[in-house]
Design a protein around this ligand. Structure first.
Ligand code: FES
Length: 174
């Protein structure tokens, strides 16, 4: 049991305080080192992800891709699902009027769920958080999405439609 009647030895107290101070410095230094390593790792990771996303977004963005050779198979108000610019990029072609075709990335600009075409409501709908987009220009009309769906450039060649980049249907040579 500790004898509490005598004041502690001053040298002992001084030595213990010194050790505690040294330990605290080491701990603080170690903590800062860990923070530095984590911050550096996060920064490198963010740059890598950004570069990867940019590469994916631009990869094949201007490439020509046949969407359909049979426009008659798509009724007014109908849709055709496809992928563009890569097989991992879902997209949707809509026939809004007899001669009006539009196409968008089908990836919701909120948290990347796939949007659905609700023909009766003429609405591009994201079921994840009740997001809605205007089929005319892909702009968000309700729910959490703030950015429009990326539009895909289409070129019509008779009964054929080809994706060529971004925008609306342009009449091409037959
Ligand atoms: S992911 Fe589409 S509304 Fe949230």
């Amino acid at each position: 049991m500790t004898d509490r009647t005598h004041p502690p030895d001053a040298d002992l107290v001084s030595e213990r305080v010194g050790r505690l101070t040294t330990d605290a410095l080491v701990t603080r230094r170690g903590y800062l080192k860990i923070l530095g390593v984590l911050s550096g790792g996060l920064a490198v990771g963010n740059v890598a992800v950004a570069l990867g996303a940019f590469e994916r977004r631009t990869e094949g963005a201007d490439q020509e891709q046949l969407i359909t050779t049979d426009l008659a198979a798509i009724p007014v108000g109908g849709e055709l699902r496809f992928s563009y610019p890569t097989d991992n990029d879902p997209a949707v072609l809509l026939r809004l009027e007899d001669d009006l075709f539009v196409a968008y990335s089908a990836v919701c600009t909120h948290l990347a769920c796939e949007v659905l075409w609700v023909a009766d409501d003429r609405d591009l709908f994201c079921p994840c958080h009740d997001g809605h987009f205007d089929p005319i220009d892909g702009s968000p009309t309700a729910g959490p999405p703030q950015r429009p769906l990326p539009e895909i450039v289409l070129e019509r060649r008779g009964e054929t439609i080809v994706a060529i980049g971004e925008g609306r249907v342009r009449e091409g040579e037959d």
